[in-house]
Design a protein around this ligand. Structure first.
Ligand SMILES: C[S@@+](CC[C@H](N)C(=O)[O-])C[C@H]1O[C@@H](n2cnc3c(N)ncnc32)[C@H](O)[C@@H]1O
Length: 276
């Protein structure tokens, strides 16, 4: 698959519409996530107690078994889970509105959507019920564990990270998701040609993303020409790296956090890279 190709251009073998596999773990994963919270490591998310609406809780009751899986360290068989579709991992889907509309717009792409936020789980399930989507699986828990323990090498056709927590204070920068140690986990899981798509409205984080992504020879920047803004002056580019934010792709719907950022006058940057 090429970075810009919609999945309708994929070979027929990649466009199977097999019925979703039954899930081995029918229970919503309170236990698994509790255990993860005891593991000592730096977290990229703010633990928050989520208050669910009745509608979100209802969707969890009805549809967890159909769509959900616990991030509990058990290796996943993605071809079986997604009936052979190529699979993009989205980390931090929030309330799931973007995830659901991208899934509905491209049913030939499987989306493995991960988040720790419980009300968001119920919310995404509401959208999936509404749309009858068959190409999404909701992974509940920390995506770092999903990447580290549960995904096979070269198993992902893409990675999406939209408006990750910006962690603006310097003492919290170590919590930012997009950093070298994260790419050490991600890069082996990406199949050749996989599209890496990040977006943020936090300028210093956009610069960090650009530097970290451009610093990896395994990744090719699809928009070295940039979108008219610059993260570094040409003389400052690290050797071998290529600058350039991507123009905003029209196939990425506006997310909730993006809307909030724009309302504060922030500038949004997209970054699009391809695994060589
Ligand atoms: C700022 S919100 C953005 C949500 C959504 N993408 C949007 O643009 O509206 C970041 C989300 O990432 C999730 N998150 C952060 N670190 C995560 C991790 N390691 N695993 C799974 N989800 C994570 C948070 O729970 C939160 O829902």
């Amino acid at each position: 698959m090429t970075a810009s190709a919609p999945s309708s251009q994929l070979p027929p073998s990649a466009r199977l519409s097999a019925a979703p596999a039954a899930f081995p773990a029918p229970m919503y994963p309170h236990k698994a996530t509790e255990e993860q919270h005891r593991e000592r490591r730096i977290r990229t998310f703010q633990p928050r107690r989520g208050r669910m609406t009745k509608a979100q809780a209802g969707a969890l009751d009805r549809s967890w078994e159909r769509y959900g899986l616990a991030i509990d360290g058990t290796p996943l068989d993605l071809p079986q889970l997604f009936g052979g579709l190529p699979v993009t991992l989205e980390i931090g889907f929030g309330m799931g509105d973007t995830t659901a509309s991208m899934a509905a717009a491209d049913p030939a792409m499987g989306i493995l959507a991960a988040d720790v936020h419980t009300p968001g789980h119920g919310n995404l399930l509401q959208f999936l019920e509404r749309d009858g989507s068959e190409n999404v699986r909701l992974a509940a828990g920390d995506a770092i564990i999903l990447l580290r323990d549960m995904l096979a090498d070269a198993s992902l056709a893409g990675l999406r990270v939209y408006f990750p927590d910006p962690w603006p204070k310097p003492k919290h920068h170590k919590r930012r998701l997009i950093q070298d140690s994260f790419l050490d986990l991600v890069l082996p899981r990406l199949a050749p040609g996989a599209l890496v798509h990040c977006a943020t409205d936090w300028e210093p984080y956009a610069e960090q993303m650009a530097e970290v992504l451009a610093g990896r020879p395994e990744l090719e920047n699809l928009h070295p020409e940039g979108d008219g803004s610059h993260w570094l002056e040409p003389s400052e580019h690290p050797a071998g790296s290529v600058p350039g934010y991507a123009p905003r792709p029209d196939w990425r719907p506006m997310t909730k956090f993006e809307r909030a950022g724009l309302a504060k006058g922030h500038v949004v940057h997209d970054l699009l890279f391809r695994r060589r």
